[in-house]
Design a protein around this ligand. Structure first.
Ligand SMILES: [Zn+2]
Length: 240
């Protein structure tokens, strides 16, 4: 998704039929046109970059609403689409890092292709998320041990991190921190992380720290299907 929205677009994206000149005549025509083509290429590249910047802007505006809207992937994609449509419906768009962009100059088909590819990439990343193995972090305390693991996309790009502490003698675990970048919140990855904790340490009863206000609803919903209390009790046993 980052590649689609942030990296320079390859000139041939999306796949397009390129007419290749053949034979000597074609070669001469190519040489004659080369200078003009370079100039056209440059303008075209700028227009494509501007279209990409607008798709990205619509994405970031939608992302900025996540704190209050908590949209899941499908709803997020719909809101993003609505934003993009409304930006493309205006005459000019202001995007930081760009001078005013005139929408009429742009290839809106490219914009919608970019949007579709990015939504698809986001959905693929969410579907193919993997939780890496737990590894010890910090030296163990007298009684408790610290662990952490990452939640990564199929390409190993980290989407989030989990840190936790366990006390084996008392059979309790404390989730210290679970964090995802805003791009990957409300995608079900928190649920995946909590399930991992229960699966990796089935003998433990789990507790959470009282992190963020919006996470409370998440824990409440999760508690209904999880076996552990997942309460905010900070010291589930005297050893923490
Ligand atoms: Zn203990």
């Amino acid at each position: 998704m980052v590649r689609i929205l942030w990296d320079p677009l390859p000139a041939t994206w999306p796949a397009e039929a390129r007419r290749r000149p053949g034979g000597l005549r074609g070669l001469i025509a190519w040489a004659q046109n080369a200078a003009a083509v370079r100039d056209d290429d440059m303008k075209r590249r700028v227009r494509r970059g501007a279209m990409q910047a607008i798709v990205r802007e619509a994405y970031q505006q939608t992302l900025a609403e996540q704190d209050s809207k908590h949209r899941g992937p499908a709803e997020f994609a719909q809101a993003w689409k609505t934003r993009l449509a409304s930006l493309l419906d205006t005459e000019t768009v202001e995007v930081s890092g760009w001078s005013e962009i005139t929408v009429a100059d742009l290839d809106t088909d490219l914009g919608w292709s970019l949007y579709a590819a990015a939504v698809n990439a986001r959905s693929e990343a969410i579907t193919h998320t993997i939780a890496r193995p737990s590894r010890p972090s910090l030296p163990p305390d007298a009684q408790t041990s610290f662990y952490e693991f990452s939640i990564v996309a199929a390409d190993e790009h980290a989407l989030g991190h989990v840190r936790y502490e366990i006390c084996e003698p008392c059979g309790v675990g404390l989730l210290l921190k679970i964090s995802f970048s805003p791009d990957w919140q409300f995608c079900g990855l928190g649920t995946l992380a909590l399930r991992q904790l229960e699966t990796r340490h089935p003998e433990l009863t789990w507790y959470t720290t009282g992190q963020y206000a919006h996470a409370k609803g998440f824990y409440q919903r999760y508690r209904q299907c999880g076996a552990s209390p997942w309460t905010e009790k900070q010291s589930p046993c005297p050893h923490f």
